[in-house]
Structure formats: C-alpha cells, structure tokens
Ligand binder design. Structure first.
Ligand SMILES: NC(=O)c1ccc[n+]([C@@H]2O[C@H](COP(=O)([O-])OP(=O)(O)OC[C@H]3O[C@@H](n4cnc5c(N)ncnc54)[C@H](O)[C@@H]3O)[C@@H](O)[C@H]2O)c1
Ligand SMILES: O=P(O)(O)OC[C@@H](O)[C@@H](O)[C@H](O)[C@H](O)CO
Length: 463
C-alpha cells in the first residue's frame, strides 16, 4: 500500500508548516477553502516570510475533513485540472482541524487570531428572506439558549464575547461565500444575534470588528476517486484530502480590516474600496449561468456542467442569458470587458477535465436563485424589459424540483409540499412555487410579466 502524505513523505511546500503559528480561523473547511483562501494564504506567507498566518480550519457538519487531514499532519494537495496534464501542489497552511463546536469559540478568542474567514454555503448563514437573522430557525433558537453554539453566527458572536474576556484585539470577519454584499449580510446577522444575546464587552468588540465583502472565484468540484488516484500517481503517496480545481483563481477583497491580515495581494488578490461591481458581475454572469446550465443540463440528462455547455442549444441559452438579460444590468469595474468575460466563463465551464456535477451546482436552489438570478429579473422588469432568459433559468429550476426524485435543498419539505399541492399544468406549478415566500418576495410573485414568462417556459420544458 502507498504511503500516506505527511511530514514523513517530505513534500515540497511553499512554507515550512512546522514554523507556522495560528493567526486565522476558517469556518467551513470544505473543498473550496482548501483550493482557494488556503492557497492564497500560503503563497502570501511564502512571499513575505511571515510565519503567523497558519489556519485553524473548522468543519461544521462532519468529521470527514479532520479525519482525512489529521493523519497527514494537516497537509493536502490541490490537483489543478486545465487543458493539459493535471498538476499537483501540496498545501501546508492549515495547521489545525477542529470540528464544531469543540474548541471553536476558544480559538476565535485567541489573541493571536485577527481574522476569521468563512465558506459555509448560502444556507449556513441562516438568514430570513429579508436578510435578517432567521429567529424561527431551530439552530438559531437553540444557540440563543445554549453555551455551546452550533450555528456559524452563534460561534462568531460567542467568539467575540470571549475575546472581550481574553483581552484580544479587534477582529475581522471575512465572508467568502457567493452572496450579494456578503460582508454586509454577515455584519447584520452577527449584530442581530448579539443584540438578542448580549454579554459584557460584546458591544465594544462588535464596534471594533470589521466585515469586509469579498468576491471569490475558482471552480472547485467535489473530489472523486479518479482525482484521488491521479493525485496519488503525481505525488507518489496517498492523499485522502486532495481537492481539485481549475487553474483560474480570483479573489477581490474590500480593504477594510480591523487589524493585521495576511498579505493576500502578494498572492494575486485584489484589495479594493468597492467589491460590489466585481461581485455583481461574477454572481450574475458566472453563477447565474452555472445554475441555468445545471438545471437545463440535468433535465436533458447531462451529468456534468462541461457536458451541458457543449450542447449547442444550452450553450446558446447560456450566452443569451448573459448578453441579453444580465449585461444590461451591470456597471462593470473599469477595464473589465463583459463580452470577453462571458466568453471566458463558458470556456471555463467547458473544461472537460472538471467533472462538476450538474446535481452539485443545482443543489440549494432556493437560496441560490435570489442571489444569482432574481436581481437580474427585478432590474430588467424595472427597466420595462422582459427577462426571458433569466426566467428560463427559474422555470428550469421549477421543472427540476418538480421532477427530481429527491430535492437537495434547505427548503426541500416546503418545495415538495408546494409541488404536491400545485394545480395541474404549468400555470398551477408556477403559482405554487411563486408562493414560496422564502424565495420570491411579493414584488415578483405579483408581477404578471414574470409569471407569464415562467408559465410559457415551463410549458415548453414539460413537453
Ligand atoms: N466550490 C466552488 O467552486 C466555490 C467557488 C466559489 C465560492 N464557493 C463558496 O464556498 C461554499 C462552499 O463550497 P465548497 O465547495 O467548499 O463545498 P463543500 O461541500 O466542500 O463544503 C461545504 C462547507 O460548508 C459547510 N456547511 C454546509 N452546510 C452548512 C450549514 N448549514 N451550516 C454551516 N456550515 C455548513 C460544511 O461544513 C463545509 O465545510 C459555496 O457554497 C460557495 O458559497 C464555492
Ligand atoms: O458552490 P455553490 O454550491 O454555492 O455553487 C456552485 C457553483 O456555481 C459555484 O461554486 C461556482 O463553481 C463558483 O462560484 C465559481 O467561482
């Protein structure tokens, strides 16, 4: 049997992991963090020589990642799949693996920690449709009454409260999830939780905390056995924690930090005063098109995004969504050409080496649609235009949830109930799903143009 990746296998890494001390906590130790922020953090440390930016990574829902990385001294590899042969790089910046709730609050309260980053998926924020904290959420209710927080926002507030006790300095909380204005969203949730659960010194901690927004981009599909086998071949040892990614990576961060941070700009990140134009382009062009391809692709029987985008009809629909519906709603950053950007997005999706499953991108539609598509729908309707292509993506989601054997979504029960109770025919299904108020606010529910577009598309998709 091949040896397991560890210090003993003497991998070549950009930094010496034994020299790193922990200065950053990351909540949500999924594949994306390991292929994105952990890489930037390591390259920044290598560029500056700073040894204070080791990462304490926290899994929220399972012990899998800790179990994979612990026997490997926290080491894992990023397998880059571009057009040529894949390449592999061992990453050493994750120096501690925790499984929430154990040790999380204490680590956030560590005075050596000045930044907490997050990738906990859209649903991990437990926000209500108006963007405030969902006080009806069972996890939130439990956390408000318990000393051991299980929700991410609960952990952050408990961590800030504990910093008041440890005398730790100001903290930066940096969301790296695909949300609109992710910094402002996180700030509001943390403040609302803290108001509902005050404690000595917490208000001062909150006042000094910063919540910069960030736009993150790198396609990181779930790892497969084939990825593990390729990594083993290239590394010469077994890596159970390998993550796979495209060569492209981008990170645009609002330059608003409470205290010290890694020099991520030395690793290629863009620090800026205003992330919003970047974020809007990415969510509305890339993520919206991703969702369109996921739903239409899955309905046509394609297992991966790369297969879906190679279908001529789907390629055209993806392009039309970007050029006809999305581009008119955008005011892009200077020097970003939207035509080139759109083409590059479709090229990246078509990368045949990335087996990004349509089912993975399609999951959690109830929390993704508002972020990726409904802003475009609203802006086009307000401009007196018909958002035909964005409505096609929403109709494809409706068809998908009404025909899928199982719905992978935090609102699965609510969606299933809507589908079951819907009157027969496309108009009935549109009516029932537009009634899911966690997804569609009244303005869209009552919009006759949007409703008519959805009904027409759904009729076509049901043929
Ligand atoms: N994978 C990508 O291509 C990509 C690219 C850009 C941004 N992102 C962002 O990163 C997020 C995570 O992606 P990933 O590829 O790491 O996924 P993953 O499935 O590998 O990991 C998901 C992570 O989110 C946590 N999580 C899931 N549900 C949660 C909940 N209800 N409460 C708290 N934590 C929860 C899990 O513990 C896990 O750490 C995405 O949702 C997205 O916002 C991902
Ligand atoms: O990671 P999710 O589930 O929020 O969304 C799936 C993909 O659309 C997304 O991860 C993209 O690959 C990513 O946003 C590219 O940067």
């Amino acid at each position: 049997m091949t040896e397991r990746l560890s210090f003993d296998t003497k991998p070549s890494t950009a930094v010496d992991p034994r020299e790193l001390s922990i200065g950053l906590v990351h909540l949500g130790l999924g594949a994306f963090h390991r292929a994105h922020q952990a890489v930037y953090t390591e390259l920044a440390a290598a560029a500056t020589g700073e040894t204070t930016w080791g990462i304490s990574g926290v899994s929220q829902r399972s012990t899998t990642v800790r179990d994979q990385l612990a026997p490997q001294d926290g080491l894992y590899s990023v397998l880059e799949r571009g057009l040529g042969e894949p390449t592999v790089r061992v990453i050493a910046s994750i120096r501690e693996m925790l499984v929430a709730p154990e040790g999380v609050v204490e680590r956030i309260a560590d005075p050596a920690v000045s930044v907490v980053t997050l990738t906990v998926t859209e649903k991990g924020y437990r926000a209500s449709p108006d963007g405030g904290l969902d006080f009806n959420d069972e996890g939130v209710k439990v956390d408000l009454a318990s000393a051991t927080p299980r929700t991410v926002v609960g952990q952050l507030v408990a961590g800030l409260a504990a910093r008041a006790r440890t005398g730790a300095g100001p903290l930066t909380l940096l969301s790296c999830d695909n949300l609109v204005a992710n910094g402002a969203v996180l700030r509001r949730l943390v403040h609302e939780f803290a108001e509902a659960k005050p404690s000595p010194g917490l208000a001062e901690q909150l006042e000094s905390a910063r919540f910069p927004s960030s736009m993150v981009d790198r396609i990181v599909p779930a790892t497969t056995d084939a990825d593990r086998a390729d990594a083993e071949r290239l590394l010469g040892c077994r890596d159970e924690g390998v993550v796979v990614a495209e060569p492209f990576r981008q990170w645009v961060i609002e330059n608003d930090f409470a205290a010290a941070r890694p020099a991520w700009e030395r690793a290629g990140a863009i620090l800026t005063d205003d992330v919003a134009p970047w974020e809007r382009v990415k969510l509305r062009m890339l993520n919206a098109t991703h969702s369109l391809l996921a739903y239409l692709g899955a309905l046509k029987g394609y297992a991966t995004i790369a297969e879906a985008v190679r279908d001529e009809e789907l390629f055209r629909q993806a392009l039309d969504l970007m050029t006809e519906d999305v581009v008119p709603t955008l005011d892009p950053p200077a020097d970003l050409d939207l035509t080139t950007y759109g083409e590059s997005v479709l090229e990246r999706f078509a990368n045949p080496a990335l087996k990004h499953r349509t089912a993975q991108v399609a999951m959690d539609g109830s929390v993704k649609l508002p972020v990726r598509l409904l802003g475009t729908v609203r802006d086009r309707l307000a401009a007196g235009a018909e958002p035909r292509h964005a409505a096609l993506a929403v109709a494809a989601w409706m068809r998908y949830v009404s025909t899928a054997e199982a719905i992978d979504d935090p609102l699965a029960d609510r969606l299933r109930a809507a589908v079951t109770s819907a009157k027969a025919g496309p108009a009935g299904l549109v009516d029932a799903l537009l009634g899911v108020e966690q997804v569609f606010a009244a303005d869209l529910r009552d919009d006759t143009t949007f409703r008519a577009l959805l009904t027409t598309h759904l009729a076509e998709l049901s043929r």
